[in-house]
Design a protein around this ligand. Structure first.
Ligand code: FMN
Length: 387
């Protein structure tokens, strides 16, 4: 199909999918536009790059069922606060209950204001959610990934291994078949905490946490990095320090210390994209990257991909007022996917075709490939070459 033929089809698809959403839209995109949306998160193949970040939208199996029905690629469960076998939580201050969320405009985008923190029900309840999520994953309907906030010590303190052991083993048992895919959350609220005022302390956590977790189960680990209250150089330093993780989620929300709340919107994606575009001495393609922060268009997905992210995870764009989506029917997840993929100007299909027309993306075997948007991996420096 010519580029103008594709654009005409796209306008038609955008209109008709407003009312009736095709769950298997990646096959439709492949057949109609010869575009392969395949992506990856934590080493897992995905049919397309769009997933849900941890938070208030992955608290129960009903929400996950809706996501599976819509054809979302993956969902990260709400962050649970680690505990030891006696139920003690060193990060208990994060397990507070807060129900009110406010979705509001911020600059040209949106943000959600919310003062709550982690999972606020029992650990047993969380394990029940993990089992329900695992069943959806095993049925091939939705990749799901639990998320944990574990103890983070001061520089002169040891890690509380009893929390790492109990929580990791219980999650691995609830999941069943290894490996357990897991996200470790370094929350943005942490950026407002006294604990996060010391660079050396943060770098120690990022270096040591992977082995602390892996000591207790066969875990494939993503670390969700915070936006620390330091400069861009430090964000890059954090990525390097965290390089023994299998994947990095980059980067959680900014922190407004005056209002005492985390926020997103355009300032968040500007910072994240600026940091990801910086040269770094990360030696290999590992850890892989998953982008998060103000993903509200296919164009933004392409911005994250062209800086190395093989998938993205959203929160805010999945909770807008219904009239902010162009679709007129369906769940919020369906409406969000509709806008992100099929918008004729800024959707993923339109922007990939635009890149092709500009000579920035080429067909292989007659198809455009989402993963070809990623930069080629750097060659290994000599010091890292296998002998
Ligand atoms: C209300 C709310 C609650 C969140 N809770 C968590 C959480 O428990 N754990 C976590 O890792 N991230 C949490 N996040 C961060 C989101 O998963 C996401 O990474 C971040 O908001 C940036 O994406 P966005 O701009 O699409 O919202 C939360 C975000 C919001 C808005």
């Amino acid at each position: 199909m010519s580029n103008s033929g594709s654009l005409a089809s796209l306008t038609r698809d955008f209109e008709r999918f407003k009312r009736e959403w095709p769950r298997d839209f990646p096959s439709h995109v492949r057949d109609t536009y010869r575009i392969d949306l395949s992506a990856r998160y934590l080493g897992q193949p995905l049919p397309h790059p769009i997933g849900k970040g941890s938070g208030q939208l992955s608290l129960n199996s009903g929400q996950l069922e809706t996501d599976a029905e819509a054809g979302l690629a993956f969902a990260v469960l709400k962050t649970v606060i680690a505990e030891d076998s006696g139920g003690d939580q060193s990060m208990a201050a994060w397990a507070i209950h807060e129900s009110k969320m406010k979705v509001e405009r911020r600059g040209a985008g949106w943000t959600v204001t919310w003062k709550g923190r982690g999972w606020d029900r029992s650990f047993d309840d969380y394990l029940a959610l993990v089992r329900a999520a695992r069943d959806l994953t095993n049925a091939g309907r939705l990749l799901t990934v639990p998320s944990v906030k574990y103890h983070l010590p001061r520089l002169d303190e040891p890690f509380r291994d009893a929390e790492y052991a109990h929580t990791t083993r219980a999650l691995a048992t609830a999941w069943g078949e290894p490996p357990l895919l897991l996200e470790k959350d370094f929350s943005p609220t942490l950026a407002g905490d006294r604990l996060a005022e010391e660079k050396r302390q943060i770098l120690r956590w990022l270096r040591e946490v992977p082995q602390r977790i892996r000591a207790h189960a066969d875990v494939r680990l993503a670390m969700k990095l915070m936006n620390a209250r330091f400069d861009d150089d430090f964000q890059v330093e954090m990525m390097t320090a965290a390089s023994s993780a299998d994947a990095l989620v980059v980067f959680n929300r900014l922190f407004d210390s005056t209002a005492g709340v985390a926020y997103g919107g355009p300032e968040l994606s500007e910072r994240n994209l600026r940091v990801l575009a910086r040269p770094s001495d990360r030696p290999t393609v590992r850890p892989s990257l998953c982008g998060t922060g103000n993903v509200s268009s296919g164009r933004m997905i392409v911005e994250y991909a062209s800086r190395g992210c093989s998938s993205v995870q959203l929160h805010t764009f999945l909770q807008l007022p219904l009239d902010a989506y162009p679709a007129t029917d369906g769940s919020r997840t369906q409406r969000a996917l509709h806008a992100l993929v099929f918008d004729p100007r800024d959707g993923l299909v339109a922007v990939m075709l635009e890149r092709e027309a500009a000579g920035m993306l080429s067909r292989r075997g007659g198809e455009l490939h989402f993963l070809d948007l990623l930069p080629l991996p750097l060659p290994l420096p000599d010091a890292y070459r296998p002998r």
